[in-house]
Write a new protein. Structure first.
Length: 137
């Protein structure tokens, strides 16, 4: 289903609460591509779901050794090639995760100081921190 200016006013909206598995309520950014919506839920879950609410995959992102109560504080979500970039700032970890768009598998993690946002332009990853711009190519 393609969303464009001619049909957006005809769309019906519904509240999404993913209960199986018990992920919780939508918390952060949505990215829509090819009928799949990528979003971040409370409890540090990144979820790919179909527009009818069905789940394609979900991944809980936590740094190794963290406690189960790891909660995302400030995050951003953007597409990157065949992946999804998720920048994360919490009380115990800050960095960028890259997830496979088809499976949700974590492809790589880049820890960095106090990340604010990550985005992708022309195949490069730009990471904005409190005092620098990091470019990964």
């Amino acid at each position: 289903y393609k969303v464009n200016i001619s049909n957006v006013s005809d769309m019906s909206f519904k509240r999404i609460n993913v209960t199986n598995p018990p992920i919780g309520y939508l918390r952060y950014a949505l990215v829509l591509l090819d009928g799949i919506m990528y979003s971040i839920f409370l409890g540090s879950y990144v979820v790919a779901h179909y527009l009818d609410g069905g789940i394609k995959w979900y991944t809980r992102i936590t740094p190794s050794g963290s406690v189960n109560s790891f909660v995302l504080r400030d995050v951003s979500l953007t597409l990157y090639g065949n992946g999804i970039l998720v920048s994360v700032r919490t009380f115990c970890f800050t960095g960028v995760f890259c997830l496979d768009r088809e499976t949700g598998e974590i492809l790589w993690v880049f820890p960095c100081d106090f990340v604010y946002h990550a985005l992708s332009v022309d195949g490069k990853v730009f990471i904005v921190t409190v005092d620098k711009l990091i470019i990964l190519s």
